[in-house]
Design a binder for this molecule. Structure first.
Ligand SMILES: Cc1cc2nc3c(=O)[nH]c(=O)nc-3n(C[C@H](O)[C@H](O)[C@H](O)COP(=O)(O)OP(=O)(O)OC[C@H]3O[C@@H](n4cnc5c(N)ncnc54)[C@H](O)[C@@H]3O)c2cc1C
Length: 392
C-alpha cells in the first residue's frame, strides 16, 4: 500500500448509470469500492431523458414506482402526418430519472460501496501496480472511468476520447395537454432536428420535450415547440426544468483501457450512434466490467480489457446509418417517405427490433392488456386516457 493513503480495490469515477451499477456489482463480489462523483448527490442536474428500452429493464430490475410503461411510438413526418408503431410484449420505460439514480446509489451503498460526493477526479499517477489519485488522496488497484462523454479519466491516461457528438436540449413540463400518453412521440425533421429527432416523452410525473442535432447544427427547442404548438398546449403547461447535454455518436473509443484502467458507459463511447441510447449499454458493460475486474483481482482472471474487447459492439452498421442521418435528407423527401411500407418496416425495426411480436392491432392489444391482472389493468388504464387512433 502507498503510505498514508486509503487503499481501495476499485475506484470508480462517476456516480451515474454506469458507475453506480459497476460499484454495486464490484462491491457485491467482495471488492472494496469507492465512487468519486463531482456533483453533490446522485441525481443532481440530470442531463438525460432517461428512457429505458425494455432490454435495459432486463439488465437491472428497477422499482415499478420509478417508471411508466409506454407501449408505442408515434412517428411524425415534418408535415406532422404520423404513423403509430408498437410490438406486443415490447415497451419503453420513462423514468423519474433523478430518483432512479438515487435508488441506484442506495443500492451501490447497500452492497458496500462508498460514494464520495463533491469529489472531482482531476489527475492520477501509477505507483508500482497501484494507481494513486492526486485528490482525494486515495489509492486503487484498479480505476474505472464512468465519467461521461468528456471523460477526465480518458484524458489522464491517454485513452481514446469521443470525437463525434449529438447535442441535446430538453425541457420538462407538468400538465402538458394534447400528449397521447400511450406513445413516445418522435419527430423527424431535417430543418428542426438535423441528424437526429425531436421528441415528447410522457414520464411518470412530467412530459419531457426535447431534440438533438448533429454537432454542426444548433438545437432550437423554441422553434420545435412553435412547430408543434397546434398539437401540444405548451402555453398552459408549467415549465419545471431545462437541461442540455452531449451524446457520443462515434461508437466505442479506442483504446478504451490501459493496464488497470478501464472506461465504461459514455466515457467508452458505448452509445448507439443510430438511436443515441446509452443507458442499456451503460448497465450491461458496467456489470460486465465489474465482474471481469473482480475475476482479475480476486482469481487471477484475464485482464478485464481482454474480456470486454471480445464483447463490445463495433456499431459498424449503425455508424454508417449515422453518416446517412447526418446528411439530413430534405423534408419533402421525408414527408413522402414516412407512410410508405418500407419506411414503416425500417422504423419498426429500429424501435422494436429482435422482438418477434404476435400480429395484432393496437386496439386489440390494449383490450387484451386490460383483461390481465389487476395491477397491469390499472397501469393500462392510466395509459389509455386518450382516444384510440386506428393504425394506418
Ligand atoms: C439530452 C439527452 C437525452 C438522452 N436520452 C436518453 C434516453 O432517453 N435513453 C438512453 O438510453 N440514453 C439517453 N441519453 C444518453 C444517456 O444519458 C447516456 O448514455 C448515459 O447517461 C450514460 O451514463 P454514464 O454513467 O456513462 O455517464 P453520465 O450519465 O454522463 O454520468 C457521468 C457522471 O460522471 C460525473 N463526472 C464527470 N466528470 C467527473 C470527474 N472529473 N470527477 C468526478 N465525477 C465526474 C458526472 O457528474 C456524472 O454524474 C441521452 C443523453 C442526452 C444528452
Amino acid at each position: 500500500m502507498t503510505k498514508g493513503r486509503e487503499q481501495y480495490d476499485v475506484i470508480i469515477v462517476g456516480a451515474s448509470f454506469a458507475g453506480l451499477v459497476a460499484a454495486r456489482t464490484a462491491a457485491m463480489r467482495g471488492l472494496k469500492v469507492a465512487v468519486l462523483e463531482a456533483k453533490p448527490e446522485a441525481g443532481a442536474r440530470v442531463h438525460t431523458t432517461g428512457i429505458l428500452v425494455k432490454e435495459a429493464a432486463e439488465e437491472i430490475d428497477i422499482p415499478h414506482h420509478l417508471t411508466r410503461r409506454v407501449h408505442g411510438v408515434r412517428l411524425y413526418a415534418p408535415n406532422l402526418n404520423s404513423m403509430d408503431l408498437f410490438a406486443p410484449g415490447y415497451f419503453f420505460l420513462t423514468t423519474r430519472t433523478a430518483d432512479l439514480l438515487r435508488w441506484l446509489a442506495c443500492e451501490a451503498e447497500r452492497a458496500g460501496a462508498r460514494i464520495l460526493y463533491n469529489a472531482r477526479f482531476r489527475a492520477a499517477g501509477r505507483q508500482g501496480a497501484n494507481i494513486d489519485l492526486a485528490e482525494p488522496t486515495l489509492t486503487a488497484r484498479y480505476l474505472i472511468g464512468a465519467d461521461g462523454a468528456r471523460s477526465r479519466v480518458a484524458h489522464a491516461f491517454g485513452l481514446g476520447r469521443n470525437q463525434r457528438f449529438l447535442i441535446g436540449l430538453e425541457a420538462e413540463y407538468e400538465q402538458l395537454s394534447g400528449v397521447d400518453p400511450r406513445f413516445l412521440h418522435c419527430f423527424i425533421d431535417s430543418r428542426l432536428a438535423p441528424g437526429y429527432l425531436a421528441w415528447l416523452a410522457p414520464g411518470p410525473c412530467v412530459t419531457q420535450v426535447g431534440l438533438a442535432v448533429h454537432d454542426k447544427a444548433k438545437p432550437d427547442l423554441a422553434k420545435f415547440q412553435a412547430h408543434t404548438d397546434a398539437i401540444f398546449d405548451y402555453g398552459s403547461a408549467r415549465l419545471v426544468e431545462r437541461r442540455s447535454g452531449v451524446i457520443p455518436a462515434g461508437g466505442p473509443v479506442s483504446p478504451f483501457a490501459a493496464p488497470n484502467v478501464l472506461l465504461i458507459g459514455d466515457a467508452a463511447g458505448l452509445v448507439s450512434p443510430m438511436t443515441g441510447g446509452g443507458i442499456r449499454l451503460a448497465f450491461h458493460f458496467a456489470r460486465r466490467a465489474a465482474q471481469a475486474v473482480a475475476d482479475h483481482l480476486q482469481q487471477l482472471g484475464p485482464p478485464p480489457e481482454v474480456v470486454l474487447a471480445s464483447e463490445m459492439p463495433s456499431f459498424r452498421l449503425k455508424r454508417l446509418m449515422r453518416r446517412a442521418l447526418d446528411l439530413a435528407p430534405a423534408n419533402s423527401l421525408l414527408n413522402a417517405a414516412l407512410t410508405t411500407a418500407p419506411m414503416r418496416a425500417f422504423a419498426q425495426h429500429v424501435y422494436f427490433h429482435r422482438r418477434n411480436a404476435t400480429a395484432m392491432s393496437f386496439a386489440e392489444f390494449e383490450k387484451r392488456l386490460t383483461e390481465l391482472t389487476p395491477s397491469i389493468k390499472s397501469n393500462a388504464s392510466a395509459e389509455s386516457q386518450a382516444p384510440l387512433r386506428p393504425l394506418p
